[in-house]
Design a protein around this ligand. Structure first.
Ligand SMILES: NC(=O)C1=CN([C@@H]2O[C@H](COP(=O)(O)OP(=O)(O)OC[C@H]3O[C@@H](n4cnc5c(N)ncnc54)[C@H](O)[C@@H]3O)[C@@H](O)[C@H]2O)C=CC1
Ligand SMILES: CC(=O)C(=O)O
Ligand SMILES: [Mg+2]
Length: 563
């Protein structure tokens, strides 16, 4: 354990123990005086390096690997060895490294988690050990925890159930909390709730690291989640708890159950909603079609799809439409086609998004018993098409061409992750719309050619939102995360859209600017929390300073021995 006091930190660790602690280890950057004071001479090669030199050495090694999964494993190892160096490398090379620590490579990292597992990071809380949760959380190492990302691994990106391998996601998300939001790594805790897996490959894999059992569901599952959340609240009453990659039947249920009990949000529902809404608000500057006249088709009426529809609908109501006028502007398409009034098999969270039967009278349909996306596009003539279905290629050429036929500037956002699950590629959308579409994708793609130049399509991912929401909420000690805070985040994102100054520019700032974007989002979120009376302890004129004080920049501080 260490304490940081102004310009130095004190620790009781020395020798190998100090080098083995990723939060304290500096590797070859321990100074001569520290090597003397902490018995490190001989354990390290004699040359004392700077952080910059260490970053260059690691970057060179990283670039030498054959593929991104190797780079992912290398970076995970580095994170578990020397966090300061890991974050210095990440912060200085966000654009290059985000696709490795985050989507798309983190997806492969989850699939290969059992093979890549080296050192413990975060917590695995499993059903067989549910009676131990309090004791596990009590460890002094976790005294400073402020932000938790938790998953049960059931819906990892668009890759489905990855069981305990899903731990890669909380680790990746929290890497962005620090890399983009500036939260100190010692305050972050990734958690995997191991309730089993229904993935036959995991169950049959002799190397699988998780609990080899089919998924526990029903009351036993709910009791486990309740035990977990109660233990979290008891241990850290002011902690931020982010739910990530839960399957759709649990995601909204858990959000509704817990959102009034602690500072918590579901990133797939609310974070995704804010990035999609922010990108749409930016697109409106370019297309000139006001929000109140937008018609939105969404493929995939799950957590992300219904979250997106809900926030855009709220924005339409803010812009002057009535609730029912706004509701008519959404066309949610799932496996069984357009969500229609009276349809059987709808989940409770989908019910607010069904279309009136009356709205489709007069539609020309290829299969009246299942209204497919192409029929929706041809008949409803949406201005916006969003994909959160995890179905690669679902935005087929006829669908995209139909969008281009009814819009001068169609807005097309295939947002599924990872890259292999995107509903369409930027190159295809560009070709099928003669370059007229405003495109956003969930995972990074190589640049396309537009007007004879290379154009990097916006990575429209909740990474633009959740680090700022977390930091903003924590900086002002907010007690709850409200929908208003996500609306504020969306508007803040739109306020920094490069397209505001030039319609040919991107809708979103580049990934390399995510640290600045996160600060902008954090400020808007904190001010909104203040406005809603959710952050009463902090005077309004201190909000900005509190946010800046929360931002940690990776650098080494000198160590002294604990007296
Ligand atoms: N870009 C971003 O920031 C984000 C992207 N996503 C991505 O969105 C996708 C969905 O995520 P969630 O909504 O959380 O998952 P989910 O499982 O809650 O929802 C997916 C929905 O798609 C539906 N679906 C599956 N096949 C379909 C088909 N052929 N046609 C129509 N609908 C179909 C499912 O029935 C389900 O309702 C994932 O790939 C995820 O990675 C999710 C969150 C953020
Ligand atoms: C980005 C994200 O949260 C997802 O794909 O699930
Ligand atoms: Mg997610």
């Amino acid at each position: 354990m260490s304490e940081t006091t102004g310009a130095f930190a004190t620790t009781a660790l020395s020798g190998y123990e100090l080098l083995a602690d990723p939060q304290l280890n500096k590797g070859t950057a321990f100074s001569e005086a520290e090597r003397e004071a902490f018995d490190l001479h001989g354990l390290l090669p004699p040359n004392v390096a700077t952080l910059d030199e260490q970053v260059s050495r690691r970057l060179q090694a990283l670039r030498g690997f054959e593929n991104d999964l190797e780079r992912y494993a290398f970076l995970r190892e580095l994170q578990d060895t020397n966090e300061t160096l890991f974050y210095a490398l990440l912060v200085e090379n966000l654009e290059e490294l985000l696709p490795i620590v985050y989507t798309p490579t983190v997806g492969a990292g989850c699939q290969q988690f059992s093979r890549l597992f080296r050192k413990p990071r975060g917590l695995f809380l499993s059903i067989p050990h549910k009676h131990r949760i309090d004791r596990i959380l009590a460890q002094p190492r976790f005294d400073h925890v402020e932000a938790i990302v938790v998953t049960d691994g059931e819906r990892i990106l668009g890759l489905g159930d990855q069981g305990a391998g899903g731990m890669g996601i909380p680790i990746g998300k929290l890497s962005l909390y620090t890399g983009c939001g500036g939260l100190h790594p010692a305050t972050t805790l990734p958690i995997l709730l191991d309730v089993g897996t229904d993935n036959p490959d995991c169950l049959a894999d002799p190397l699988y690291i998780g609990w080899r059992n089919e998924r526990v569901r029903g009351q036993e599952y709910d009791d486990f989640i309740e035990a977990f959340v109660s233990a979290v609240i008891k241990r850290w009453p002011r902690v931020l708890l982010q739910w990530e990659d839960f399957a759709k039947n649990n995601a909204t249920r858990m959000l509704e159950r817990y959102r009034d009990r602690l500072l918590t949000f579901n990133d797939d529902i609310q974070g995704t909603a804010a990035v999609a809404t922010g990108a749409l608000l930016s697109a409106i500057n370019v297309t000139g079609v006001p929000l109140t006249e937008q018609r939105v088709a969404v493929l995939g009426a799950g957590s992300a799809g219904c979250g997106i529809a809900s926030l855009i609908r709220a924005a339409m109501v803010d812009a002057g439409l009535s609730e029912s006028e706004a509701a008519k502007r959404f066309f949610m398409v799932d496996r069984d086609g357009l969500l229609l009034e009276g349809m059987s098999g709808l989940a409770p969270f989908q019910l607010p998004f069904v279309q009136d039967k009356q709205a489709i009278t007069g539609w020309k349909l290829s299969h009246p018993d299942k209204i497919a996306l192409l029929d929706v596009v041809r008949n409803a003539r949406p201005t916006v098409l969003i994909g959160v279905s995890g179905q690669a290629g679902a935005f087929s050429e006829p669908i995209v061409r139909a969008m281009a036929e009814c819009n001068a500037r169609p807005v097309i956002f295939p947002l599924s992750n990872p890259t292999s699950r995107e509903e369409a590629t930027p190159v295809d959308i560009e070709a099928w719309t003669e370059g007229r579409a405003l495109i956003g994708v969930g995972s990074p793609f190589p640049p396309i050619t537009r007007d004879g130049a290379r154009f990097k399509v916006d990575q429209t991912n909740n990474s633009y939102i959740f680090p700022g929401v977390g930091v903003g909420a924590l900086a002002v000690g907010a007690v709850r995360v409200s929908d208003g805070m996500f609306m504020a985040a969306a508007k803040a994102l739109a306020s920094v859209s490069p397209a505001r100054n030039n319609p040919k520019h991107n809708l979103l700032p580049p990934v390399s600017a995510l640290r600045d974007v996160s600060l902008t989002v954090a400020l808007a979120v904190a001010l909104q929390a203040h406005k809603e009376g959710l952050a009463k302890d902090i005077p309004i004129d201190q909000v900005e300073a509190r946010i800046h004080a929360k931002v940690w920049t990776p650098s080494y501080v000198p160590y002294r021995r604990t007296p």
